[in-house]
Every structure is written in structure tokens, then in C-alpha cells.
Write a protein that binds this ligand. Structure first.
Ligand code: SIN
Ligand code: CO
Length: 381
């Protein structure tokens, strides 16, 4: 397994001083690093309909962006373009391995591994992300400039490319294979390839209040919750017909706050919302579905592996009731299964031992079989 080497740093120091605060160059963060996918296979992935990809290049001074799938790359020539492919961890177990060294950050914060292949001179241009990202340099060399957080003006360099104005660099480095550049949200950056290069961006989501409120509204509507009406018995006589006064606003806020204060509702929302994927999973359903007895027998011999990108979580507020959340859905199996469900959500590979008590639970065993048949977890052979 790949391990993250912070040289003279501790993870505690990284989290206390850099995570969400400052960009950092981690020289040889991955020692003896080998590309988990090569440029040809990446280009092949970007030819598939289900895969989200973009090709970015310049025509004269004008930035251009085209979305995949691509039929051929011939017309782009040998320099000044870059191919960016989202959620490659969904398709390549080797790329999914890159997520494991970052297990010191919980999975609900993780987004995906974006892989970019760039020819000399290629890059996506100066921009700001809403994500924390660990840009791991694969083969080739790339120069990265990172500016300080601040009021950087952003503009559309192309309808699909939000760029930022030139910035003064606080980091200006050449990354070599195995080097890692960590960038928190809000820091402008620009990577220009010096020789054909692969970069692996392990990205962590930073959701906004707007994103989450919109997700919460969808959840409440979906589950038919939040139907309590505003109530104002014993209201004083109004003297100004046009006014919403301070106590009215308190009443309005309290009605909404009741939803936010509902621990079970918030747990179910957070579990479902954060376990949903942004990019579709590459589920390989079994041609010959297993029955539960066969699945349990096979699990005695070999572990089940979680398919790349599958998200499953438990929440402190509901795990005692045996609730977990898998790929956007809530599953309740009962209090006895809490420890097994925690193991299921905490481990990428799960053995019969780790799941032990749950395997005697018919409903869980049936659900796990359904998941295996649908491709959410798989046996290696
Ligand atoms: C890239 O790899 O080309 C872009 C990565 C980033 O700037 O976040
Ligand atoms: Co970026």
C-alpha cells in the first residue's frame, strides 16, 4: 500500500497548521511513485460515454474547453493541451488506492480522484477551487504557482472555464514524480506542464450552506417531513400592515430551526446526502447472481472489496439503532448490528470476521447479497 511520507512533519502538525489553512509542497510525499494509470488508458477512459472528461487547450490567445467523450486526440497535436478526467477512482482500482494514504480525513469529506494528462505547455489555466486538493505528481514535470488567498477577480475565460486574474506566487515550484502539492480552497493556482505529465488530484469536498440547505430541502420533501405550520396563537394586535417584525422573524426562524434541531432528521439527511456520489459509479453487476448461501460461503474464503467511489457511512446519532447509509440510501438493520455496520463503513475490504454477527442476520445477509450482485462490493475472483 502507498504510504504518505511527510518527512519531518506529523499528520497532527499538518492538520493543525495546513489543512484548510495553507498550501504546502510535500517533496517525495510518495516515494518511488508509479503512475496507477498510464496516459493511454486515461485517454481510453475519456472515450467512454459514462466518463466525465474535458480537454483544455489554447487557440491563439483564446482558451478552449471541449467535453468528452472523445473519438480521437490527433487534432490536438503534441503540445499545449491537457486532458482532465473526473472520478477515475470509480474505474480503476489502482487509482482508488491513491485515496487510502489520506484516510486521516474521513471519507464523507472526500470527493474523487481527478487525473490529468498534459502535454508540454498544457494546463487548465489560473483558477480557484472550492476543494481541498492533494495534487500528486506522476510521471513528467510540472511547474505550479500558488497565490495567497484574497479577493481574486474571477472571469469566464471560456463558457466552461472559470479563471482568475494573474496573481503573485507564494509558492513557485517544479513538481517531480512522487511530489505532492496540497492546496486548500480559495488559493489561486496554475500548473503548466514542462514535459508530458500525469497529475492525480485527490479532492475533498467543501460544501456550502447553500448546497446543504438545498440538499436538506430535497430530503425533507422526499421524506414528506417538515409539515408543521407556523403557529402564532395569542398574536398581539398589528398596527402596521406591511411589517414583518423581529418577533415574527423569530417565529419563522424557529419553525425552520425545529427541523435543524431534529437529530434523527439531520443524521438521516447527512448520511444520505454525503453518501451520494457526484459521478456515477461503475457498477459491474454479476452475470450469474449469487444466492445468499453462496455469497456467505465465498465470504468465508475471501474478503469483499468495496467498488471504487462507493460511499457508505454511519452517523453517531443513529448507529446505535443499526442504521447506515449506502450510496445515498438509508438502511436500518437493528441495534445488534451496529458494530458490523461500522466495520462495513470503515473498511474498504471487509472479511467475514469483521462482519461476524451481521452475517447471521437474514435481512442483512440478503441485503449484502443484493449489493454484491449489483456490484457495490465484489470478490476479486
Ligand atoms: C490539473 O491537474 O490540470 C488541474 C488540477 C487543479 O488545478 O486542481
Ligand atoms: Co485546481
Amino acid at each position: 500500500m502507498l504510504t504518505l511520507n511527510l518527512a519531518d512533519f506529523s499528520l497532527e502538525h499538518f492538520m493543525a497548521c495546513y489543512w484548510q489553512q495553507q498550501p504546502l509542497v510535500i517533496r517525495q510525499g510518495f516515494q518511488d511513485f508509479e503512475d496507477p494509470i498510464n496516459a493511454n488508458d486515461l485517454a481510453g477512459l475519456a472515450m467512454e460515454e459514462a466518463v466525465q472528461s474535458r480537454l483544455i487547450f489554447k487557440k491563439g490567445d483564446k482558451w478552449q474547453a471541449e467535453s468528452g467523450p472523445f473519438e480521437s486526440y490527433k487534432r490536438f497535436g503534441k503540445t499545449d493541451w491537457s486532458l482532465v478526467v473526473q472520478a477515475v477512482n470509480h474505474y480503476s482500482p489502482e487509482v482508488a488506492e491513491l485515496v487510502k494514504p489520506f484516510a486521516f480525513i474521513p471519507k464523507w469529506r472526500f470527493d474523487d480522484v481527478m487525473v490529468s494528462y498534459a502535454t508540454p505547455g498544457g494546463g487548465v489555466g489560473p483558477h480557484i477551487d472550492l476543494y481541498d486538493v492533494f495534487i500528486c505528481q506522476g510521471s513528467g514535470r510540472r511547474r505550479w504557482r500558488v497565490g495567497d488567498i484574497g479577493n481574486h477577480k474571477q472571469f469566464a475565460a471560456h463558457a466552461a472555464l472559470l479563471h482568475t486574474e494573474p496573481f503573485e506566487a507564494i509558492i513557485d515550484v517544479e513538481l517531480l514524480p512522487g511530489d505532492i502539492l496540497y492546496i486548500p480552497p480559495g488559493f489561486p493556482h496554475d500548473g503548466v506542464t514542462l514535459e508530458s505529465s500525469l497529475s492525480f488530484s485527490v479532492g475533498f469536498r467543501a460544501k456550502s450552506g447553500c448546497d446543504m440547505l438545498s440538499g436538506l430541502a430535497d430530503h425533507v420533501i422526499d421524506k414528506d417531513l417538515g409539515k408543521t405550520l407556523l403557529a402564532d396563537p395569542k398574536r398581539p394586535i398589528a398596527h402596521q400592515q406591511g411589517r414583518i417584525d423581529t418577533s415574527d422573524l423569530t417565529l419563522i426562524r424557529a419553525n425552520i430551526q425545529n427541523l435543524l434541531d431534529n437529530e434523527a432528521l439531520m443524521a438521516d439527511f447527512a448520511g444520505s446526502y454525503f453518501s451520494a456520489t457526484k459521478c456515477a459509479l461503475d457498477l459491474q453487476a454479476l452475470d450469474d447472481p449469487l444466492d445468499t448461501a453462496d455469497m456467505l460461503a465465498q465470504l468465508q474464503d475471501q474478503p469483499l472489496i468495496r467498488t471504487g467511489g462507493l460511499r457508505c457511512f454511519y452517523v453517531d446519532a443513529t448507529i446505535d439503532q443499526g442504521v447506515c447509509y449506502v450510496d445515498g440510501e438509508r438502511y436500518a438493520f437493528g441495534a445488534d448490528l451496529a458494530a458490523s455496520l461500522m466495520a462495513l463503513c470503515d473498511h474498504d475490504e471487509i472479511t467475514a470476521n469483521l462482519l461476524a454477527p451481521a452475517l447471521n442476520h437474514p435481512e442483512f445477509a440478503r441485503q449484502l447479497t443484493d449489493w454484491v450482485n449489483a456490484g457495490y462490493w465484489y470478490f476479486n475472483d
